[in-house]
Structure formats: structure tokens, C-alpha cells
Design a protein around this ligand. Structure first.
Ligand code: SF4
Length: 332
């Protein structure tokens, strides 16, 4: 395998602020935003990648809360990519609560692929994803964002996250999301929780129901389930390279259990975008992700148990969907 960043993308953590406090969110919130200068340096860092196809991702926190920096970084990246003859795409993880007309219009024109986080019906969604401030109904706000995205023809998929407490309603929640008009989905499971065997089986049972019910639409491509084609499992070892608000570089693995309590420092230091670090010299594998988590939480047995549990469950999830993917798409 050639050395170098194995993925031609980075994720800019443009803010650590968020309007929600999701029960399964691993990210430590703070009143910290990425500056325009740091974002541009992040883009320069990505543009040095030797791949002709690159992707700039925006995450956080809720990236729309620092929308001016998102827009500036993407416009700058598009200019740089054009000058370098690179094929550049954009991706954003969002709760869509702040998806107003101005942002939506820009996202559509820039053809940003949105990963929109909506877990299902109002009771389950709002239990998972409570608002930081009273007066905000997270379900209503995100549903409104989804409906606007649909009406505007935005490129998006819905990520629905199940937790052990509500996994037995996953198929029901999925049908609700389907009824809203979304046709592209990823099914996910809450990381950081320990999934007992019965809850794991319930996840497979519910996912199987969804696939059986929609098999024809899936086979015809009228409905897309990312799990059947491209989702990488176990998620907990499928890391991305992230740029924090201060420009420091991290593996996503370092943050997957960040809110679980204090940890040891990450075993690998990847530098800062301000240092002129060469992205082609930054290399990691699943081994680095695993070692990172094991070392960071070696004093926290409960977190280590969750890490190992999520790896074990993720391997089963990967095998489950791979087998169904062959079955569904083999019959197309
Ligand atoms: S919306 Fe996203 S960033 Fe905000 S708390 Fe939920 S999972 Fe975390």
C-alpha cells in the first residue's frame, strides 16, 4: 500500500457549538469557532493531496452555526481546485436546524452533499436529541430542514441513529422518515453505548424488516441505503482526518468517546495546518484508530468495554449488510 493519507478528504470542524445535546454525541461542546484563516489553511493542506479527486467536509458541532466560514472555505477551495485541475466535492454533516433560505440556496449551488441527522418520529428523535435551549423543538426544526432540502432539490441523505433503548422501533421510525419523502438513508447505531446481544439481534431484525419491505425499490435504485454499498464497518475504526477549530489535526477516533470523560492524550500527534504539514505524509490505518482508542482509555475500563463492544457489533453489522447488499443488488 502506498504511503500517504488513504482518503482524499478532510473534515473541517468549523465550530464546537451546537443547538442540540444528543445523547449519543461524542463531541465536547465549546464556544469555539474556526477562523477564516484557519479554514483556508485547512483547504491548502487538503489541496496538496496527490489525489486528483478530493472532498472537503464540514462538521462540528453544527457547521451551519459558522456558515460564513463554511462558505468562504468552500469558495476558496473551489478556486484552488480549479487552478490545480482537481475534481473537488463537498460534504456536510448537519442537524439542519439552522438551514435557512440563504444557506440552502448556496448549498444547492455548491452541490454540497448533506448528511442530515433525523432519527425518526418526534418522541424518539427528541429523546435522543434534546435542545440546549428551551423553546426549540428539534424534531420540528430538522423536519422543516428536510422538507426544505427536498423542495430545493438538495443532494442529501438521512442518517437515522438507533440506540439500545429504542432499537425495536427502528423500522417504524424508518417508515416515518420514508413517509416524509426522503429516499436516501444510512442506518446507524449509537456509539459509546454497550450493545447487548439481544439489542444487537433487535437491530438486525429491524434492519431486515426495512430491507424486505423495500427490496424492490432498493433493487431498482429508487431507494438508497448506504449500508448496503459503501458504509464502512466497524464505524469506530473507520476514521477520518479532522481539523479542529484551532487548526490541529486529529483522527476522528480521538473524539469518538470524547464526552465519556477524561482520557490520556492521543498517542499520535498529527501536527497543525498552520505548520505546513504535508497531507501526503500523514498515514493511518485501522490499527492506528484501534491503538489510539485503547491507549486513550486505558484508565477507563467502562469506555474500553464500550470500544470493544462497538468494534464487535460493527463487525457484525458490516457482515450483515454486505450479505444483504449482494442479495438485493444481485436480484436487480
Ligand atoms: S446535532 Fe450533531 S453535533 Fe450537535 S449534539 Fe447532535 S450529534 Fe452532536
Amino acid at each position: 500500500m502506498a504511503l500517504g493519507n488513504p482518503k482524499g478528504n478532510i473534515q473541517l470542524f468549523v465550530t464546537r457549538r451546537c443547538q442540540l445535546r444528543c445523547a449519543y454525541c461524542p463531541v465536547r461542546k465549546a464556544d469555539a469557532d474556526m477562523s477564516p484563516r484557519t479554514a483556508r489553511l485547512g483547504v491548502d493542506f487538503l489541496m496538496r493531496h496527490r489525489s486528483p479527486r478530493l472532498r472537503l467536509d464540514f462538521g462540528g458541532g453544527e457547521p451551519l452555526l459558522n456558515f460564513p466560514v463554511v462558505r468562504e472555505a468552500a469558495d476558496y477551495a473551489a478556486r484552488r481546485a480549479r487552478a490545480l485541475g482537481k475534481d473537488l466535492s463537498f460534504y456536510m454533516v448537519t442537524n439542519a436546524v439552522a438551514l435557512d433560505d440563504e444557506a440552502l440556496d448556496w448549498l444547492v449551488r455548491r452541490r454540497v452533499l448533506l448528511e442530515l441527522s433525523l432519527d425518526g418520529r418526534r418522541p424518539d428523535h427528541n429523546r435522543h436529541k434534546p435542545a440546549l435551549e428551551p423553546g426549540l423543538d428539534p424534531y420540528a426544526a430538522t423536519r422543516r430542514g428536510l422538507e426544505r432540502a427536498l423542495a430545493a432539490g438538495a443532494d442529501f441523505f438521512v442518517i437515522a441513529v438507533a440506540s439500545p433503548a429504542d432499537v425495536r422501533r427502528l423500522a417504524d421510525n424508518f417508515e416515518h422518515l420514508y413517509s416524509l419523502g426522503a429516499r436516501s438513508f444510512d442506518l446507524s447505531y449509537a456509539l459509546g453505548s454497550c450493545w447487548g446481544r439481544e439489542d444487537q439481534e433487535a437491530f438486525f431484525d429491524q434492519a431486515g424488516r426495512i430491507i424486505r419491505r423495500h427490496r424492490r425499490a432498493l433493487a431498482r435504485g429508487e431507494l438508497r441505503l448506504g449500508n448496503l454499498s459503501q458504509r464502512n464497518e466497524p464505524t469506530v475504526l473507520s476514521s477520518e482526518l479532522m481539523v479542529d477549530t484551532d487548526g490541529s489535526l486529529h483522527l476522528l477516533s480521538e473524539w469518538m468517546f470524547e464526552s465519556s470523560g477524561p482520557s490520556r492524550p492521543a498517542p499520535y500527534q498529527w501536527g497543525k495546518v498552520q505548520d505546513g504539514t504535508d497531507i501526503n505524509a500523514v498515514y493511518w490505518s485501522r490499527f492506528h484508530c484501534y491503538y489510539t482508542l485503547v491507549r486513550m482509555y486505558e484508565d477507563q475500563p467502562a469506555v474500553r468495554r464500550a470500544v470493544l463492544n462497538n468494534i464487535d457489533f460493527g463487525r457484525r453489522v458490516g457482515r450483515f449488510f454486505a450479505a444483504l447488499g449482494e442479495e438485493v443488488h444481485g436480484r436487480a
